[in-house]
Design a protein around this ligand. Structure first.
Ligand code: DGY
Length: 320
């Protein structure tokens, strides 16, 4: 008998086909998000789950799934999974590192350029029929070329963002929990600085760290206050690394010039004050969402699940 697995959200058909060759699959191609109760019921008789960041996997859920052996997240971030609870329950957890770095870095640049050059604000204004003709001072933005890019969190995605800055002749500064090797710094053309130096020197500050208790509100009111006046904040990492209320306050006061945000606290129920601001670019958590990358993420998660339930050794195990 094939092991039973649940796929919690819609995935690509070829991913389901692949899973179907190994497992008795319960899909959710209607894509309806599952409540914790529904998820507990659906997983009660399953050995594996292909999850996304919209499902919380914690001790309460695991207590309802005695046969569960593996939870494979279709995301590099895994703050929706309580790893300690998984380990205590003997459940393997995996993520999808590597396959989304370049797409996420590309999108970070989309946010940087759109925010600095006021692309979405100008487009909304044009679409609203307000354009009466060219003006010298129309939608004056901030130059990206030759500016100082600050990267907080210099893992694979931060490094991919840094490499892309070469074409804009930027000075690249970074801060990270550990300093990178001289070789990687050279490859990224990036200089390690203290957090305070990063905040005070960056014209554009972009965040690339995982969300955890240690990074909760890492950009709080005090850190936002240390940013350069006229600077721009970009977050394509996770909601919760920025104190959204403090950011809204800084944006309203003009303490910083703008923000480009793909992730939010309590998403999708983002703070409604964001919608009233014109100096923010807002996107719905799509930084990794290219056709190729989302396919690769889903397939890698499926491969993790197959390896977990057949060999007990999935390649991207988070809780060995
Ligand atoms: C990730 O992989 O963590 C992304 O946020 C998913 O979109």
């Amino acid at each position: 008998m094939k092991p039973k697995i649940l796929v919690t959200r819609e995935v690509f058909d070829d991913v389901l086909d692949y899973l179907g060759r190994h497992f008795d699959v319960t899909p959710n191609q209607s894509d309806a998000p599952m409540s914790p109760e529904a998820l507990g019921k659906a997983l009660a008789d399953k050995q594996g789950a292909l999850t996304t960041l919209t499902e919380r996997v914690d001790a309460a859920l695991l207590s309802k799934c005695p046969g569960l052996k593996a939870v494979c997240n279709i995301a590099v971030g895994y703050n929706n999974i309580d790893l300690k609870a998984c380990s205590a329950a003997g459940v393997m957890a995996t993520n999808t590192p590597g396959v989304l770095d370049d797409s996420t870095a590309d999108f970070t640049w989309a946010l940087i350029l759109a925010t600095a050059r006021r692309v979405t604000e100008a487009e909304a204004w044009l679409r609203a029929g307000q354009w009466r003709g060219w003006k010298l001072k129309q939608f004056l933005g901030t130059d990206v070329h030759h500016a100082t890019l600050g990267i907080l969190g210099m893992g694979r995605i931060g490094q991919a963002v840094a490499r892309r800055a070469r074409g804009f002749d930027m000075t690249v500064l970074y801060h990270n929990t550990r300093r990178l090797s001289a070789e990687v710094e050279k490859n990224c053309n990036a200089t390690y600085v203290t957090m305070d130096e990063l905040l005070s020197r960056a014209d554009i500050l972009t965040l690339h760290m995982p969300y955890s208790p240690a990074t909760h509100h890492i950009m709080d009111a005090a850190k936002l206050a240390k940013m350069k006046p006229g600077a721009i904040l970009i977050n394509a990492a996770r909601g919760g690394v920025v104190d959204d209320a403090a950011l809204i306050d800084a944006l309203k006061r003009g303490a910083i010039a703008g923000a480009g945000l793909d992730v939010f606290e309590n998403e999708p129920a983002l703070n409604p004050e964001f919608l009233k601001l014109t100096n923010v670019v807002l996107t719905p958590h799509i930084a990794s969402s290219s056709e190729t990358t989302r396919r690769n993420m889903a397939m890698l998660a499926a491969e993790n699940l197959v390896a977990a339930l057949t060999t007990g050794k999935p390649p991207n195990l988070l809780n060995p």
